[in-house]
Design a protein around this ligand. Structure first.
Ligand code: FES
Length: 167
């Protein structure tokens, strides 16, 4: 009788090899799949608050330029884009601040503060914006956009999402 309940040496080796192979496959395969899929599940880092300067170093009444870079992660693709703007302290009151984007509302060129013109000038199509971002001249349809902000331990922190000006 060759006992059907009896496990032969050959079957034992087959079973053991299969079990060990399965454990190794799962042990290596799951982390590998996780490594490949994980970037696609991660959220973009855009939108995190950004510190742009100490309040005490920003003069009252004069646009103070700043810039920052946002790195966006979209799955495996990572792109960096530069943004900028101007902090305008309208008075000594720490809350009396306007933080403008330097992106022209016409076609997106970067505006620059011009002291002698007392305005932001866009080099692309000669637009002119007032110190508070209102359109004074040129093709832009709306004022410069602005950023929301908070003051944290004497540092101006912005939410890097441009928003239109009300009113
Ligand atoms: S992009 Fe600024 S005026 Fe056209």
């Amino acid at each position: 009788m060759s006992g059907s309940n009896h496990l032969s040496r050959r079957d034992f080796i087959k079973f053991t090899t299969g079990a060990v192979g399965g454990i190794i496959t799962v042990g290596i395969g799951l982390p590998a799949v996780g490594f490949l899929v994980d970037p696609a599940l991660k959220e973009s880092k855009a939108g995190k608050p950004i510190a742009i300067g100490k309040l005490e170093e920003i003069p009252v009444g004069k646009p103070y330029p700043f810039s920052f870079t946002i790195t966006r992660v979209n799955g495996w693709e990572r792109t960096a884009a530069n943004y900028g703007g101007f902090v305008l302290r309208k008075s000594a009151d720490p809350k009396d601040i306007l933080i403008l984007s330097s992106r022209c509302t016409h076609l997106g060129c970067t505006v620059n503060w011009n002291e002698s013109a007392n305005a932001y000038l866009c080099p692309c199509h000669d637009a002119k914006f007032s110190v508070q971002g209102e359109v004074l001249d040129g093709p832009p349809p709306i004022p410069l956009r602005h950023f929301n902000f908070t003051i944290e331990d004497g540092v101006v922190v912005i939410v890097p999402v441009e928003i239109g000006q009300e009113g």
